[in-house]
Design a protein around this ligand. Structure first.
Ligand SMILES: Cc1cc2nc3c(=O)[nH]c(=O)nc-3n(C[C@H](O)[C@H](O)[C@H](O)COP(=O)(O)O)c2cc1C
Length: 164
């Protein structure tokens, strides 16, 4: 068995989740930012994560979908400033699911991640960002220990699916 955990992370939130997932894997494994992934053949499971940007998947993460082998087992995760369980992160993960349509998606996981206060200040003043940016004011402690525990639980559930 071999696993890849790959991610794009601008400020470290998504990378923290990726590391928590990586820790739960007890067989051959690699942890790589998406820019360092050359090929995705030969993995039994690929965990892939991105930060929600502009309600969607950031351009820097799109190479993941281009390299994804057809029929590959994957699990998607994202971090976002807006409220957990709300329609905003759901919209972004659904976009990612659409982009990964050739793969077999075993599960998804979304969790909040803080935004730098200065960045948040400027985003708050633009109409297209106002709604999520206001919600993101409450994300300043995330991802926290409970979020990392949830990420590990998510990973364990996915691994149980491939071990069946
Ligand atoms: C330019 C920009 C756009 C963003 N757009 C959204 C958004 O549409 N919805 C949202 O919930 N969070 C948004 N965020 C917040 C990030 O998704 C969140 O802070 C994430 O945890 C950052 O992850 P990272 O540290 O791995 O880069 C945005 C952040 C930035 C900097």
């Amino acid at each position: 068995m071999k696993a890849l955990v790959t991610y794009y992370s601008q400020t470290g939130n998504t990378e923290k989740i990726a590391r928590a997932i990586y820790e739960t894997i007890h067989f051959e494994k690699e942890l790589l930012p998406i820019r360092d992934v050359t090929a995705m053949q030969g993995y039994d499971i690929i965990f892939a994560g991105f930060p929600v940007q502009a309600h969607s998947v950031p351009a820097a993460f799109l190479p993941f979908f281009k390299k994804l082998p057809a029929g590959q087992d994957i699990a998607l995760f994202c971090t976002h400033g807006s409220l957990r369980g709300g329609h905003l992160p759901k919209q972004a993960i659904e976009h990612a699911i659409g982009l990964a349509s050739g793969a077999r998606i075993l599960g998804t996981f979304c969790v909040r991640g803080k935004v730098h206060p200065k960045v948040l200040d400027s985003l708050m003043n633009s109409p297209q960002n106002h709604v999520w940016a206001e919600e993101a004011l409450g994300a300043c402690e995330h991802p926290d220990e409970a979020d990392l525990a949830d990420a590990k639980e998510f990973a364990k559930n996915i691994l149980a699916k491939i071990n069946r």
